[in-house]
Design a binder for this molecule. Structure first.
Ligand code: MTE
Ligand code: MO
Length: 381
């Protein structure tokens, strides 16, 4: 009965779970639009959708050590602070075993969760501006270390049915106060009010951080000396070094919640797609690349077979006036199929890897899987 009030959802979402709702965006849809449409953007809920939220009545409470407590209406957030609009990648990355597949080289497969990603255009007020206006004397915005608080806990309206616990995550105060950090109290997605599944009427956008920190249905902000104690913060969505991802219950260092430095993945063709060996001189490959650190992507290399690499063309990306890039780069490449591979039918491995402008490269997370070269496709059809 906790799930009796879920909203209608697009039939295009690939449903992984109904209660709580988890749906992915098909790869081809991701590849076809720079800005992922809101209704097909992946959804990851941990609990039933909260009820009774109303943009016209919504307010949040903000409190912290040495600064006090206050209430702020969504109306004030919309009207009293400059609005900022930019694209930011949202990606789900838990350390549950299946999810971690995306963080390692999975032989012969695409990363399972490249559909748990989207690039939306968010509008909202900067958390930095809001905090600075609330406590101009008490909070040192220019030097986060002068404050007692080190973290910002963000609490949502969605509750666990049995325990009543609210969803929660936290972000380092230094990230929230960083003038280039772009931490947003977002009230619009792609130019329209948020959809219920994406946090209506107000959510956090924390560019470059794991999806789990980007709290939806925001109701409370608590400045705190420690990071959030919530399980989604301490256990489920802690990024760990490659070597320890299999250690059950391992906890990462505090605040280590930003995304891998550089990542790219192939969106089309899908793994297992069939191409005619005789005529497929090249294969058109499309995908995305991004750097969680806000660093522009410098290049993406794509290969069929691994003996030679082709530099992909970036077809779309978006840079902030600060030079940071929170959007993804969509790319495409016509990748030559090696002569030797075309002579005999069989699997052909396609791969991509990216490098960012700070020379960070993608190593173990390289994306690779097989397509199939087939003799005389279509003959007799
Ligand atoms: N916020 C609340 N309140 N409840 C949630 O279950 N899920 C988190 C995050 N914020 C969640 C939340 C996770 S794990 C992810 S990946 C993103 O929201 C997904 O955001 P989306 O559903 O808008 O794509
Ligand atoms: Mo997530």
């Amino acid at each position: 009965h906790f799930y009796a009030h879920e909203p209608p959802r697009s039939m295009q979402l690939l449903v992984q779970c109904q209660k709580p709702f988890n749906g992915e965006t098909p790869h081809a849809v991701l590849a076809s639009a720079f800005v992922t449409p809101a209704d097909i953007h992946f959804v990851r809920n941990h609990m039933p959708l909260p009820r009774g939220l109303d943009a016209t009545k919504h307010s949040i409470t903000i409190e912290g050590p040495g600064v006090g407590a206050t209430t702020l209406s969504l109306h004030d957030i919309r009207t009293k602070f400059p609005a900022h609009t930019f694209c930011s990648v949202l990606q789900c990355a838990g350390n549950r075993r299946s999810e971690m597949a995306a963080y390692r080289l999975v032989e012969g497969r695409a990363p399972w969760n490249s559909g748990c990603m989207g690039n939306a255009r968010w509008t909202g007020a900067l958390l930095r501006d809001v905090l600075a206006s609330l406590w101009p004397q008490e909070l040192d915005v220019t030097n986060p270390l002068n404050n007692r608080a080190r973290h910002v806990c963000l609490i949502g309206a969605d509750q666990h049915g049995e325990t009543g616990t609210y969803y929660e995550g936290s972000t380092p105060l230094a990230k929230a106060l960083d003038p280039l950090g772009d931490v947003l109290l977002a009230y619009e997605m792609n130019g329209k009010q948020l959809l219920p599944d994406h946090g209506y009427p107000l959510r956090m956008v924390v560019p470059g951080y794991v999806g789990a920190r980007q709290v939806k249905w925001l109701t409370r902000i608590v400045l705190s000396e420690n990071e959030s104690e919530a399980p989604w913060q301490k256990k489920d969505y802690k990024l760990l070094p490659q070597e320890v991802v299999d250690h059950e219950g391992a906890e990462g260092p505090q605040g280590w919640t930003s995304m891998p430095a550089v990542e790219s993945a192939i969106l089309t063709p899908e793994a297992g797609s069939v191409f005619p060996a005789a005529t497929a001189k090249s294969i058109k490959v499309r995908g995305y690349a991004w750097s969680g650190g806000g660093v522009p992507i410098a290049c993406v290399d794509v290969s069929a077979g691994g003996s030679s690499w082709t530099v992909a063309r970036v077809t779309a990306t978006e840079t902030r006036p600060s030079g940071r890039v929170w959007a993804w780069a969509l790319w495409e490449a016509d990748v030559p199929v090696p002569e030797e591979s075309r002579k005999k039918a069989g699997p052909l491995r396609i791969m991509c890897k990216a490098m960012d402008a700070a020379s960070n490269t993608q190593v173990a997370r390289e994306c690779c899987f097989d397509v199939e070269l087939q003799e005389s496709v279509g003959e007799g059809a």
